[in-house]
Design a protein around this ligand. Structure first.
Ligand SMILES: [Mn+2]
Length: 363
């Protein structure tokens, strides 16, 4: 491995690496702020533990933009979690521009710090996190992109690392699910989104950002009866839009009902539905109100605030995440403070924290 860009805290150069700790010991290292604890999982074959740049040495505004300033690495040895981009946006129905989402989320993520107070977990101690870069895509050709993404994800799925994608429009979730289902079988979907994305087709296309979860159910990548879609709102073409999602077997919680439920009861429904299945969490940034996330392709008013979204995600503590994505960030429509990208970066951080807390499926 190379040492480029993370010269401060990596453990592999330590003369006396700490003993490998079992997964269940994560609590004992949560909150540790100093040099690496050497915390590693029993399945890891390497003592490498990748870390972000040390902000006490290289300030947060400096450096090359990777997610959370983690090293850009494509060798999966010693890696627990991979953050990567899928810059594809030509399956959108309204505003394009999510091809620049990964870049904007990375820039906004420079501010994120390792320790998560609400969960009492040091995310970068618990997980060796790298930024894998962007996967190859073919602008204008959704199905070719799907093949490229699935092929590129093969080795990552085989390595058993946690996969966190930066979108890209919501069409890109399908090849992520195709790749992960080969290892996990039909997964439980946890979707936070203004739209159910269960249309049959759009503009004569079966593969579009509004058809993703119908295709995923048809291909048995998801178990719809274990899956919960939440946050749906706004005008639709007809009552069938949500009825169709329910007919596929999904539990659909519309935004008013989700707000009435609150985080605890929402999480209870998710846990009950998902059971022991590996979970895929897909967060469409349009789940947030346009006041909080204007930079997106198909905004819907009367959505959730950033604080509500984080509360819902934190309530999911304990779920077994196989993979996740944050999609539909379209920076050209973002505000001056880049609040959409900042929210998206923090959602990814919450997802990493959930993986750190819940561990890998089957572990
Ligand atoms: Mn969506």
């Amino acid at each position: 491995m190379t040492g480029e860009g993370h010269d401060c805290e990596h453990t592999h150069d330590d003369p006396q690496p700490a003993a490998v700790r079992p997964r269940s010991d994560w609590q004992t290292v949560a909150g540790y702020r100093g040099r690496s604890t050497g915390h590693a999982y029993s399945t890891r074959v390497s003592d490498t533990h990748y870390r972000p740049l040390d902000a006490q040495v290289i300030p947060r505004f400096a450096g090359i933009r990777t997610f959370m300033r983690a090293p850009h690495v494509t060798d999966l040895s010693g890696v627990d979690a991979v953050v990567y981009g899928i810059p594809f946006d030509t399956a959108t129905a309204f505003r394009t521009g999510a091809r620049f989402g990964p870049e904007a989320i990375r820039s906004a993520s420079a501010l994120i710090r390792p320790y998560h107070p609400a969960h009492d977990v040091n995310v970068v101690d618990s997980l060796s996190i790298v930024d894998y870069g962007d996967l190859p895509v073919s602008p204008g050709d959704t199905e070719r992109t799907y093949a490229q993404v699935k092929a590129a994800l093969g080795p990552l799925v085989d390595a058993g690392v946690f996969l966190a994608a930066l979108g890209g429009d919501h069409s890109i979730t399908l090849p992520e699910l195709r790749a992960l289902a080969e290892r996990h079988g039909p997964m439980a979907l946890v979707q936070l989104d203004a739209h159910a994305d269960t249309w049959d087709e759009y503009f004569g296309q079966k593969h579009f950002h509004g058809t993703t979860f119908r295709r995923a159910a048809e291909e048995n990548l998801l178990d719809a009866s274990s899956s919960v879609q939440a946050g749906m709102r706004g005008s639709v073409y007809g009552a069938s839009d949500l009825e169709d999602a329910r007919a596929l077997g999904f539990t659909v919680i519309q935004s008013e009902d989700l707000r009435a439920l609150g985080p605890i009861d929402y999480a209870e429904i998710v846990r009950k539905k998902a059971g022991d299945r590996p979970v895929f969490l897909s967060f469409d940034i349009d789940f947030l109100d346009p006041a909080f996330a204007p930079g997106t392709g198909t905004p819907e008013v009367a959505g959730f605030s950033t604080v509500e979204a984080l509360g819902l995600l934190r309530a999911l503590r304990g779920i077994k995440l196989a993979g996740a994505d944050v999609v539909e960030v379209s920076p050209a429509y973002d505000g001056h403070g880049h609040q959409t990208a900042l929210a998206a970066a923090n959602v990814v951080y919450e997802l990493l924290a959930l993986r750190a807390l819940g561990g890998a499926p089957g572990a």
